[in-house]
Design a protein around this ligand. Structure first.
Ligand SMILES: [Zn+2]
Length: 244
């Protein structure tokens, strides 16, 4: 596009809009913020979720704790270092806006939502979170995995990455057997990596072998060893990292 003299060019693709003055913004409610904290399995996401809830609650804010496919099998947010809080299980068809509206109808404040295992949310449920942030000023804290066992983004994670105001890698590192930070959640069986199958495998695989097949496990690996398929000198101990 050409421009002559000092006359600004009219550019139909111009990305920037004029903004209102500070005075004009005073009457506008500020939308809630959507934050996504992500990392591999066992990196401390649930612990962080409960810490954030504790910090908000002790200053008088009221939140709801939500979870999908909690590893304990009951609707709780369970931290691997031993802290547990009751939570609301988000079912596949649940409308999270309706859930929050029901709280309001009962005169319960909802200032923020904490969602654990948020990678399992449907893209539609992530849209509902965005609606609550934008039109009801609810702050949204989501915690989950980034990538599945095939090293692809979960659909829920993808929508969160697209819509969130802030993306935070959780900085408590989990190490591959080689000592490098692990970012990949490998699904393994008989000491081999499985690269095909359903994205969500919710079965509690640590309890043995109900189908007569050998146990499916998860193991955190660095990129090099995820790609090469080398699982290290010894198998993962039974009971470790038993859920997606
Ligand atoms: Zn490695």
């Amino acid at each position: 596009m050409t421009q002559t003299g000092h006359t600004p060019a009219v550019d139909a693709t111009h990305a920037l809009s004029p903004v209102p003055s500070a005075a004009a913004r005073r009457d506008q409610p500020v939308p809630g913020r959507i934050r996504y904290y992500f990392g591999p399995m066992a990196c401390g996401k649930s612990t962080l979720a409960l810490q954030i809830d504790h910090n908000h609650a002790r200053q008088g804010r009221r939140g709801l704790l939500l979870v999908r496919h909690d590893r304990s099998g009951t609707p709780t947010i369970t931290s691997r270092i031993g802290i547990t809080r009751d939570a609301i299980e988000v079912h596949e068809e649940m409308n999270i806006q309706d859930l929050v509206r029901a709280q309001w109808a009962g005169n319960q404040r909802v200032d923020y939502l904490i969602v654990d295992e948020a990678q399992f949310l449907s893209p539609c449920q992530v849209e509902q979170l965005a609606e609550l942030a934008d039109h009801a000023q609810v702050d949204i804290y989501c915690f989950g995995l980034a990538i599945d066992f095939r090293s692809h983004l979960f659909p829920g994670t993808q929508r969160l990455v697209e819509l969130a105001d802030e993306l935070h890698p959780v900085q408590v590192e989990v190490l591959c057997w080689c000592g490098l930070p692990g970012r990949f959640n490998a699904r393994t069986q008989d000491n081999r990596i499985l690269r095909e199958g359903d994205t969500v495998l919710v079965a509690d695989t640590a309890d043995g072998d109900p189908g007569g097949e050998s146990t499916v496990r998860y193991q955190v690996l660095c990129r090099r060893h995820y790609r090469s398929g080398e699982l290290g000198p010894q198998a993962v101990p039974a009971g470790q990292l038993s859920l997606a």
